[in-house]
Design a protein. Structure first.
Length: 118
């Protein structure tokens, strides 16, 4: 069973850093890829970053590359998103998702709000 809980979102100033966490209360966290997505008000959900089971593959969307980093700790069942040099356009609800089947994200966390003020 996969149960994802995202946290860490809050109001920050532009230029600041923030780290998001996604904890999986299941027992199989290390067996599937994980990703972060975000959805800004009035916009479609968009991909942010992906990491495979053993962290050997990491994909970052070009819009955040160089500022965001994805990582995971399988021993702690936790996924991270380190966000640096935040911009107002990074304001969104950030959600984590589990890739139990290749290319499909079947399980989602509830989302955590990140608001970046100028």
């Amino acid at each position: 069973q996969v149960h994802l809980v995202a946290s860490g979102g809050r109001l920050v100033q532009a230029g600041e850093s923030l780290i998001l966490l996604c904890v999986d209360s299941g027992r199989t966290f290390g067996t599937y890829g994980m990703a972060w997505f975000r959805q800004a008000p009035g916009k479609d959900r968009e991909f942010v970053a992906y990491i495979n089971q053993d962290s050997s593959i990491r994909t970052i969307d070009p819009s955040v590359k160089g500022r965001f980093a994805i990582s995971r700790d399988n021993a702690e069942n936790t996924l991270y998103l380190q966000m640096n040099s935040l911009k107002t356009e990074d304001t969104a609800v950030y959600s984590c998702a589990a890739e139990l089947r290749v290319g499909l994200f079947d399980y989602w966390g509830q989302g955590t709000q990140v608001t970046v003020s100028s």
